[in-house]
Write a protein that binds this ligand. Structure first.
Ligand code: DP6
Length: 344
């Protein structure tokens, strides 16, 4: 009889961006980063893992299609979880079902949003995979170091609320872990809107994009060494004070610097499109109109805008967006009207 566990993990949105690795295999970053994890019910991955004595081999299905289980990052996560499970069993923990340890797994994972469109699908995906595998094999405790080996940003989706991924210094990556800065209850007025400019797959994935940036961009080196450390401190303080203007300005500046390092990469990488640029202008005009920072944007490796604002400004800002981007302008593509996500 198979043992079956299903879990969900939400997407996280970085406000201080991770871009660039110092170790490709262990996935160790060149700078720390900070993100906000969405509410469980919004953008999320759902993963079911089954183990059974009768399974011949490990297998995985993503959004209904079987994928290659030999993918190195998948193998790292599977290997690390099994290693921890075996270690606990070796330590004589009776709660670990020792018979299941040698069993093969079948994994099914589905997203409720477009995959690889710059909506951080790998983050929720690997966070969910690692968490679900851990449940199946009876592993507990710190798991962000394993999720990190699936996809860097995934380590931050292991926690809710405001989460930092501390870059760490060690070569073995043992100190490169995610840590909650504030829980999901800390700032209940904060809201996140996702404006879908394109649900297509991105032309340059984050993994290869950041490799080229590390090799060619001196701006990225400057950013990692001299800009991000100070910004991490300021961002954590802004979150703790619930200072929206400070949070918003740092968020926009960090998104802009990330995209500047993409342009500084050779050959350059363009993730923003003309719709993204119009959203940026609109946000600045909106804030200028009120003489205060009420709305912020951030963009990852794709053209879709993620908007941060406070609850009381949501209805008006949504109206403004719908006025300037009526659904028909982009074949109905632009404003998908994804629901207002409660941040964390
Ligand atoms: C722009 O975590 O997808 O979203 O570690 O190679 O899997 P890998 O990259 P990934 O990169 C995310 C980059 C980003 C910024 C961020 O989420 O911090």
């Amino acid at each position: 009889k198979p043992n079956i566990v299903t879990c969900t993990a939400p997407v996280n949105i970085a406000v201080i961006k991770y871009w660039g690795k110092r170790d490709e295999e262990l996935i160790l970053p060149i700078n720390s980063s900070l993100s906000v994890t969405l509410h469980q019910e919004q953008l999320k991955t759902t993963t079911t893992v089954a183990t059974s004595r009768s399974f011949q081999e490990d297998r995985i299905w993503l959004n209904g299609k079987e994928e290659d289980i030999t993918h190195p990052r998948l193998q790292s996560c599977l290997r690390e979880i099994r290693r921890l499970a075996r270690k606990r069993r070796g330590d004589g923990d009776p709660s670990v079902d020792s018979t299941g340890l040698s069993h093969k797994v079948h994994i099914c994972s589905v997203n409720n949003f477009p995959t690889a469109a710059g909506l951080a699908s790998s983050a929720a995906g690997f966070a969910c995979l690692v968490y679900t595998l851990a449940r199946v094999f009876g592993v507990e405790g710190e798991l962000s170091g394993i999720a990190r080996q699936g996809s860097g940003s995934a380590c931050r989706s292991m926690y809710g609320g405001f989460v930092q991924w501390i870059m760490g210094k060690k070569d073995d990556g043992k100190d490169s872990l995610a840590q909650q800065v504030e829980p999901e209850t800390h700032w209940p007025e904060l809201r996140i809107l996702v404006l879908v400019a394109s649900a297509e797959r991105k032309p340059v994935g984050s993994t290869s994009g950041m490799q080229t940036s590390v090799q060619t961009s001196s701006l990225l080196k400057h950013r990692a060494e001299s800009v991000v450390p100070g910004r991490m401190v300021e961002m954590i303080e802004a979150v703790q004070r619930k200072d929206f203007a400070a949070f918003a300005e740092l968020t926009m500046k960090d998104s802009n610097q990330f995209h500047a390092t993409c342009l500084d990469t050779y050959p350059p990488i363009f993730y923003l499109n003309s719709v993204s640029q119009q959203v940026i202008s609109l946000v600045h005009r909106y804030n200028r109109h009120y003489g205060e920072t009420r709305v912020a944007y951030t963009f990852d490796a794709g053209p879709n805008a993620v908007i941060f604002t406070l609850q009381q400004h949501v209805p008006e800002f949504v109206q403004v967006v719908q006025h300037f981007f009526p659904p028909e302008t982009n074949g109905g593509q632009f404003f998908k009207g994804l629901p207002v996500n409660h941040a964390a």
